[in-house]
Design a binder for this molecule. Structure first.
Ligand code: GLC
Ligand code: CA
Length: 570
């Protein structure tokens, strides 16, 4: 089926985590005016859309994902006027702005919750999920996703409220039509301001199974896994279709949902061309591969065969039915080059570029997380004081405090998987604090900023940054990259990812070596019918194909050097 054109299929999105992007007033926290001062950098990179992580009023228990007023800007980020100015300048420069929508929960300091907890019979009580104690304890065994129980006992009225995240993030009751209407009105208010869409936080979790059954105990967690009962719940599609009718369809927006617990079958429901819900979903199967006995807390290497299985399945199962989103990184995951590539000095740059080729030549809307375009890496914390994230602190307290694992082991896992890896300040240049702030940054700068920074890379044609610019340009100029169909090339390799894109009689072949050794592809130029390189990450790529590079003759297997990535065109 011919794919329908849409602007949100053709754009490249850049995610900004405002706390860590650019500070403008020396308080060590990134802010709106800081972002505004860097718009030329983003324009020059070539991106079309900025997705801004939350800048709303918030006590900051989960860095802004705990909102106390949806229509106000948090003072450390600036004012509503600063936001209006930012939006206007983004539009002047021909870019768009997508805001974060966090409506599974609010902060416990939101006026609705403050009223809700006052008494069992006030009009806001049913805005949240309150339950009477069962046998003197919580209504079920669900774990909070930030560790500990998901129910908090509230002395005032002697009842429990549900918080799937921190106890300062009570879950909204979407069963209540007044809650839904308030949210739609708020979204339209932002729409009237002129924003260009929403990224929707844990949107798959809005509808809870009203029986609230116990969850299974797993990963050594003393509390049960409620995910099967709160992800993709019974009324979720009804709610999102209503949201689409009431608000989304009124604006020329893009909408992307965070699909916790969403597989391909569900994604086709949320983002299907016929579903009238959202434009696309984020799934997490590729970034949550290889869990260990403590779930996400591990330092297991990722197996390419499994990674290919996941990405391939998403590409093929959504084909013609729903649109994909493509991401390696966001503010909740470690740096891709450290996890899927190789951040040693020899291979850092090559593998950062290879990962970009591998994912962004696929079908779907690319999302680039701040600093990824520089190949920013994980950092190595030593003590728990080196981290700020609530999730990291909670898991450390629980696991090390109870003696289940040692400090050293936990820090190793945190260094590998912790969210703060993505949240260290953006590395702009080699001056103090990487040019992020003139004060003391809220979270330490990665010490490699002295050589890994935007200014150095902007001045160098073969940098990771320059490579991202080329890839983005290709996405903008070649229809096949947006609309072409994807097909895995049938080689059974645990080291090479090979696939093709086709559109009409055009074809592109993408070959990526995920190892630090030279690898044969099992494909020859003769078989592929071309030796024409569109883009590659080795400087002498044409040599590879025309003589003096590692063996490559028409008939022979293409040999890919360590972390080599090439795209062949006809
Ligand atoms: C999403 C956000 C994450 C946040 C959580 C709770 O997963 O991406 O940062 O902690 O929701 O809002
Ligand atoms: Ca600031």
């Amino acid at each position: 089926m011919e794919e329908q054109r849409a602007w949100w299929k053709e754009c490249v999105v850049y995610q900004i985590y405002p706390r860590s992007f650019q500070d403008s007033n020396g308080d060590g926290i990134g802010d709106l005016n800081g972002i505004r001062s860097r718009l030329d950098y983003l324009k020059d990179l070539g991106i079309d859309v900025i997705w801004l992580s939350p800048v709303y009023q918030s006590p900051g228990d989960d860095n802004g994902y705990d909102i106390s007023d949806y229509k106000a800007v948090m003072d450390v980020f600036g004012t509503m006027e600063d936001l209006d100015r930012l939006l206007a300048e983004i539009h002047e420069k021909g870019m768009k702005l997508v805001m974060d929508l966090v409506v599974n929960h609010t902060s416990d300091e939101h006026a609705w919750f403050v009223k809700s907890r006052r008494s069992p019979d006030n009009p806001y009580r049913d805005y949240y999920i309150w339950k009477a104690p069962v046998s003197g304890g919580p209504p079920n065994n669900w774990a909070s996703r930030f560790r500990g129980p998901a129910w908090e006992y509230d002395e005032g009225t002697g009842m429990y409220y549900l918080h799937i995240y921190s106890r300062k993030q009570p879950d909204l009751n979407w069963e209540n039509p007044r809650v839904r209407q308030e949210i739609y009105d708020m979204m339209a208010w932002w729409g009237d301001k002129g924003i260009d869409g929403f990224r929707m936080d844990v949107i798959s979790m809005l509808s809870k199974d009203q029986r609230f059954p116990d969850g299974v105990l797993k990963d050594g967690n003393p509390y049960g896994d409620g995910l099967p009962y709160y992800a993709n719940g019974p009324r979720i599609h009804e709610f999102l279709q209503e949201m689409n009718r009431e608000v989304l369809s009124r604006f020329d927006w893009m909408s992307v949902g965070e699909g916790v617990g969403v597989g391909t079958r569900e994604a086709v429901q949320y983002a299907g061309y016929e579903s009238h819900e959202l434009n696309m979903m984020f799934h997490f199967e590729h970034v949550e591969l290889n869990p260990g006995p403590f779930g996400k807390w591990n330092d297991n290497p990722v197996c390419l065969r499994e990674l290919k299985e996941v990405l391939n399945r998403w590409q093929t199962e959504l084909e013609g039915k729903a649109w994909n989103s493509l991401f390696w990184e966001n503010h909740d995951y470690p740096r891709a080059v450290s996890r899927f590539g190789n951040d040693s000095p020899v291979f850092w740059e090559l593998s950062a570029k290879m990962l970009a080729v591998c994912l962004y030549m696929m079908k779907g809307t690319p999302y680039i997380y701040q600093g990824q375009e520089l190949g920013m890496t994980n950092f190595q914390g030593r003590s728990i004081e080196d981290f700020q994230d609530i999730e990291i602190h909670n898991v450390y307290r629980e696991m090390v405090g109870s003696g289940r694992i040692s400090h050293e082991e936990m820090i190793r896992y945190i260094n590998h998987m912790g969210r703060d890896n993505a949240r260290t300040p953006m590395q702009w240049d080699d001056t103090a604090q990487a040019g992020f702030t003139e004060g003391t940054p809220w979270l330490g700068v990665n010490p490699n900023y002295t050589w890994l920074n935007a200014r150095e890379q902007a001045g160098r044609g073969d940098s990771v940054l320059s490579f991202y610019k080329q890839l983005i340009k290709l996405r903008h100029t070649m229809d096949i990259l947006v609309y072409g169909t994807y097909r895995l090339l049938p080689e059974e390799s645990g080291s090479v990812y090979a696939y093709e894109r086709t559109l009409g009689d055009e074809r592109l072949t993408v070959l990526c070596n995920f190892t630090d050794q030279t690898q044969r592809c099992g494909l020859s130029c003769r078989a592929l019918g071309t030796d024409n390189v569109l883009i590659g990450n080795y400087p002498d790529q044409s040599g590879t194909f025309r003589g003096d590079g590692p063996a490559l003759h028409e008939e022979e297997d293409i040999c890919l050097r360590p972390y080599e990535a090439i795209v062949l065109t006809q």
